[in-house]
Design a protein around this ligand. Structure first.
Ligand SMILES: Cc1cc2nc3c(=O)[nH]c(=O)nc-3n(C[C@H](O)[C@H](O)[C@H](O)COP(=O)(O)OP(=O)(O)OC[C@H]3O[C@@H](n4cnc5c(N)ncnc54)[C@H](O)[C@@H]3O)c2cc1C
Length: 111
C-alpha cells in the first residue's frame, strides 16, 4: 500500500484479511490449549480474544468473499488458451503414454 496505493494493493489486502485472521485465530487457539481450562475461562483475556479473532473472519467480509475476489482479480491477469492447460494431468498422461507407451507394461500401469 505504501508503494502502490490501496487500490493497486486490493488483492494483497484481501489475502492478508484471509490469512492474517486465520493466523490470529490459530495463535489464540493454541494459547488457550496451553492454558487448559483456565485459558477458556473468563478469568483470562484469551476467551474474549478468541471470540474477537473468530469475528475477524466475518467482519469486513467473510473469508469466502475475499477468496472469490482474490481469484477474480488474479485470473483477470491471464488469458484463456486453446485446449487444456499444460498442467492438465490426463492430457500429460496421454502424451507420455503416446511417447513412452511401448516402453511400459500397460497392464502393470493400469492395475
Ligand atoms: C463483530 C462484528 C462486527 C461487525 N462490524 C461491522 C461494522 O462495523 N460495519 C459493517 O458494515 N458491518 C459490520 N459487521 C458485519 C459484517 O461485515 C458481516 O457480518 C460480513 O460482511 C458477513 O456478512 P453476513 O454476516 O451477512 O454473512 P453472509 O453474507 O450471510 O455470509 C454467511 C456465510 O455465507 C458464505 N458466503 C457468503 N458469501 C459468499 C460468497 N460470495 N462465496 C462463497 N461463500 C459465501 C460464507 O461462508 C459466509 O461466512 C460486523 C460483523 C461482526 C460479526
Amino acid at each position: 500500500m505504501d508503494k502502490h496505493g490501496s487500490s493497486a494493493s486490493r488483492t494483497e489486502i484481501a489475502m492478508i484479511k484471509v490469512y492474517g485472521t486465520k493466523m490470529l485465530y490459530n495463535a489464540i487457539d493454541r494459547s488457550i490449549q496451553v492454558h487448559g481450562a483456565l485459558g477458556y475461562s473468563a478469568d483470562m483475556p484469551l476467551e474474549e480474544m478468541y471470540r474477537n479473532a473468530r469475528a475477524s473472519r466475518l467482519v469486513d467480509g467473510a473469508d469466502e468473499v475475499h477468496k472469490v475476489s482474490i481469484a477474480r482479480r488474479t485470473l483477470k491477469e491471464y488469458a484463456a488458451v486453446e485446449g487444456f492447460p499444460t498442467e492438465h494431468i490426463p492430457t500429460r498422461r496421454a502424451a507420455a503414454l503416446e511417447r513412452f507407451g511401448d516402453l511400459l507394461d500397460i497392464e502393470v500401469l493400469n492395475s
